[in-house]
Design a protein around this ligand. Structure first.
Ligand code: ADP
Length: 168
């Protein structure tokens, strides 16, 4: 039986945006199965959306792709890749700055587990500027988010930004 190609795509997805979704869609065509892992990054704490909210948003927007699963993850990504029965880590690249970070991450993961390969997809040109940080900033000032987010996510981000403003 041919070996099934399973890839893992990790991130904070705080919130998921069109740049992420484009990588998920292209990954879903490249691999038999894609596991979308929503992580907890201690350096990025506290998140804008809780882990449960981020999982729910990703489930909503990845539903159209039949071969994409959404899972939470903590700890080392290479451990999670193995647990998920995968051998590939999928990453998106936006800029040269991304490359520096991704290069050292990929080399570190290679050292931790030589069997796991990292596959990079260049961001589509219309999404190269997009990041969750930028989206949170636009949301906090009440800007129009419709060009950056999947339609179902726009009201959720707007509501969260209003909630945060009310909290002071
Ligand atoms: P962000 O920087 O938007 O908070 P994450 O930390 O959730 O994103 O990143 C998860 C993965 O998605 C990483 O591989 C990252 O490089 C990729 N990614 C993030 N934004 C984009 C984008 N606009 N285009 C392509 N890939 C992206």
């Amino acid at each position: 039986m041919p070996q099934r190609r399973v890839a893992v795509y990790t991130g904070m997805f705080d919130p998921v945006h069109l740049g992420h979704l484009d990588i998920v869609e292209r990954g879903s065509h490249l691999f038999d199965r894609l596991v979308n892992c929503v992580g907890i990054n201690p350096e990025k704490q506290p998140p804008f959306f809780s882990l449960e909210e981020r999982l729910h948003m990703l489930e909503q927007v990845t539903k159209p792709f039949g071969n994409v699963a959404v899972k939470p993850f903590t700890g080392l990504a290479v451990h999670f890749v193995k647990t998920a029965g995968a051998g590939i880590m999928l990453r998106g690249l936006r800029t040269v700055t991304d490359m520096e970070y991704e290069f050292s991450m990929s080399l570190t993961n290679q050292t931790l587990d030589a069997e796991i390969e990292t596959v990079f997809l260049m961001s589509r040109v219309q999404y190269t500027h997009l990041s969750s940080t930028l989206i949170r900033q636009i949301a906090s000032f009440g800007g129009d988010l419709s060009k950056f987010l999947p339609p179902a996510i726009v009201p959720l981000v707007e509501a969260k930004a209003r909630e945060r403003r009310a909290e002071g």
